[in-house]
Design a binder for this molecule. Structure first.
Ligand SMILES: [Zn+2]
Length: 281
């Protein structure tokens, strides 16, 4: 059982948050996810954004080098509560990527054993594997995975890879990086996590840095960030870029920025400063 000395919050069904005073000793048994993960997940799930519906999408947040919170299976993002997440250990999940269990039952047993609180009734999202892998491989703190309609218009089209590999305007470069990782369709779960690890490593070899955006063909978007604000910003900018791309296709075809111009924007000190401001807010 984790014990934290801090102020906790209760997220009510209405979405309002109430601060709760620490107990007399100031030590609280806290098994619920931090408020900023709950708030980010709810923000990504707002119906008017068209990022997810019903039980789509999942999110995660690093606790430390050993464990992270991940959305529990079957939870809806727009109204998720603090108890809609499960804290899991990195080690058994990452080991599962190296040596996949023989069958689904064995995989489930590993996921159960990976729970920091074995008594938690929640089960980690089926995508817990790529959350562990991305937090680990990219040195990230937060992951947001959604299925935005605007992005999936392209990811379910013949131009998906073209969208991932190119940039249309400077702020897309600033928020989403010089290119996105493109992952051809693969079965969600462990097969996706393992194949995606190879793509992420290839991206790092090419660009010398971790990706901000991962685009899963016929599936959706993953934003990789250092803060919940950055994940929200990356997702919003990728959705905008997708809408611009679709509009450009209707207007005769997209005209992409040159690789030279993309790299220039990504390396400009004033743009690096701006990017840092977006991470913090
Ligand atoms: Zn998905």
């Amino acid at each position: 059982m984790l014990r934290h000395v801090l102020t906790i919050y209760i997220v009510r069904a209405s979405g309002a948050t109430d601060e709760v005073a620490p107990t007399l000793s100031g030590v609280i048994n806290m098994t619920d996810a931090p408020i900023h993960l709950v708030e980010m997940t709810r923000a990504l799930g707002q119906p008017h954004l068209d990022y997810v519906i019903i039980g789509e999408g999942n999110t995660s947040l690093r606790v430390d080098a050993d464990s992270f919170w991940v959305k529990a299976s079957g939870q809806q993002m727009h109204n998720i509560m603090a108890d809609g997440f499960v804290q899991v250990w990195f080690a058994p999940i990452l080991a599962m990527l190296d040596e996949p269990p023989g069958d689904l039952a064995a995989q489930k047993a590993v996921m159960q054993a990976a729970k920091v609180d074995p008594m938690s009734p929640r089960q980690p999202s089926v995508e817990v594997g790529f959350h562990a892998m991305l937090l680990h491989e990219c040195g990230a703190q937060v992951i947001g995975h959604t299925h935005p309609v605007e992005v999936n218009k392209l990811l379910c089209s013949a131009r998906a890879q073209e969208f991932a590999s190119n940039r249309l305007f400077p702020d897309e470069c600033v928020l989403c990086g010089p290119a996105s990782v493109f992952m051809p369709y693969i079965d969600p779960g462990l097969p996706l996590a393992r194949a995606l690890r190879e793509q992420v490593r290839r991206y790092r070899d090419t660009w010398g840095d971790a990706p901000k955006v991962i685009l899963l063909a016929n599936h959706g978007l993953i934003a990789v960030g250092q803060t919940p604000a950055e994940v929200l910003n990356i997702t919003a900018m990728c959705v905008k870029a997708a809408a611009v791309f679709v509009g450009a296709c209707a207007a005769g075809g997209p005209v992409f920025m040159s690789r030279e111009d993309v790299l220039h924007i990504c390396r400009r000190p004033d743009e690096i400063y701006r990017r840092q401001q977006f991470v913090e807010r």
